[in-house]
Design a protein around this ligand. Structure first.
Ligand code: V47
Length: 393
């Protein structure tokens, strides 16, 4: 153990990690409140390197948000349009033709994964969701369909009168492969009452995730942070995920979701800082010892913070994305998509080794020499001297 760590109050946690012992909730609270973020990050980076070395994963994916009509009243959301608001306020439901067109756009043939989520729209019949699966499957037979949060599964069960298990089975038969991790928000019952009282809470979310895992459907998990949650509530959330994962091993990745306040009913709250984002990523890596991947979703935390996050516990940057509405409606100023070249450079310049993956984290490609320009880094003195001499090279 290095000197800084040995003399810090994190020394017992570092010792536990060295001995590959599981961290407790109390350890989680200490990691969230320790003033030395760099030390917390160093611990997380060690854990990340033990699991993944220098690899950082990305996927050629695109998101499709099939509707933004939603009858829920979540205070953190800017994406939702009320059912009576009409298209003049930007409300939409994608037709199957529009879905086909999105998949037929240039580059669509290279997509590995499509990520499909939408609002809770009670006007959609059960068949809409099954048609969506069939349409995507037909348009891109080889594509991996990652679709629907536990919240949407609950809505489909309500509209069809079928159980969660039956709905998941129907979707699987129609082409669903895995599920994203959204809708978990924050498991605290206090915040469920305050922020999203008319949507499923922790028990239902965890129970549907468990059901999906039992059917062999891998999912991700998320936590929405940076609003009014406490450190205790963050830790409680992470430990609940860890406990379910002990039973099912069905979570592939954990995706911390940094709150974007613009255009939401909580718009007066300040945005989480880069330090908040990095700390949540680091503590997640340390507490979630049984979830293989921690995602730094560049759309939410910016490309620059995603790069640093790769040294703070994250091993995955999601992917090309192409079109994104949930965070852009809430004020995200990142682009909506990135090219493979940009992703590869982002990872390479952060000191990691870019590896293209499929949706199940199988390696597809790791040799990107053609995309990375190897220019010897200029010394500061050379940059200064060029600047003084007017060189623009
Ligand atoms: O469930 C909504 C969150 C989630 C805001 O699994 C917001 O690979 C921040 O889950 N500020 C949907 N967050 C997105 C999601 C996701 C994204 C990328 C990858 C994966 C994955 C999953 O976004 C919602 C909600 O928790 N959200 N509004 C907001 N204003």
């Amino acid at each position: 153990m290095d000197t800084l760590l040995r003399h810090s109050e994190l020394a017992p946690i570092a010792a536990k990690l060295d001995a590959q012992e599981r961290l407790s909730a109390e350890d989680g609270r200490l990691l969230f409140s320790n003033p030395n973020l760099a030390l917390v990050g160093r611990l997380a980076d060690r854990a990340r390197r033990r699991l993944h070395g220098r690899i950082a994963w990305f996927v050629r994916n695109r998101h499709i948000n099939y509707t933004n009509y939603c009858d829920k009243t979540c205070l953190f959301c800017a994406f939702q349009r009320t059912l009576d608001s009409g298209p003049e306020y930007g409300g939409y439901v994608l037709s199957m033709d529009q879905v086909r067109k999105r998949l037929a756009e240039p580059g669509g043939e290279h997509l590995r994964e499509v990520h499909v989520v939408g609002g809770v729209n009670p006007d959609l019949p059960y068949d809409y969701y099954l048609d969506l699966m069939h349409t995507i499957r037909e348009a891109r037979p080889g594509i991996h369909i990652k679709a629907f949060t536990m919240v949407e599964i609950d809505e489909m069960a309500r509209v069809s009168g079928r159980s969660h298990r039956q709905v998941l089975g129907d979707l699987q038969a129609a082409g669903l492969n895995t599920m994203p991790g959204g809708g978990a928000e924050i498991f605290s019952s206090r915040l469920h009452r305050k922020l999203f009282h008319d949507k499923i809470g922790a028990n239902a979310w965890l129970s549907i995730a468990r059901c999906a895992h039992e059917l062999g459907i891998k999912t991700n998990a998320t936590m929405l942070y940076g609003h009014v949650e406490t450190v205790e509530e963050r830790v409680e959330h992470l430990i609940a995920l860890r406990e379910l994962q002990d039973r099912t091993e069905g979570f592939q990745a954990f995706v911390p979701l940094s709150f974007h306040p613009d255009n939401t009913p909580m718009r007066k709250l300040p945005k989480p800082t880069a330090a908040d984002d990095l700390r949540v990523i680091a503590v997640s890596r340390l507490l979630l010892d049984n979830i293989p991947h921690i995602k730094a979703y560049w759309i939410m935390i910016s490309r620059a913070v995603a790069q640093i996050a790769l040294s703070f516990g994250a091993d995955d940057v999601d992917g090309t994305v192409v079109e994104e509405q949930i965070y852009h409606d809430a004020g995200a100023d990142t682009p909506e998509g990135m090219t493979v070249r940009e992703l590869v450079r982002l990872i390479h310049d952060a000191g990691c080794e870019p590896v293209e993956r499929d949706a199940l984290y199988q390696e597809l490609k790791s040799d990107f020499h053609d995309l990375i320009e190897f220019r010897p880094a200029k010394t500061r003195r050379a940059i200064w001297s060029d600047a003084m001499n007017g060189s623009t090279s």
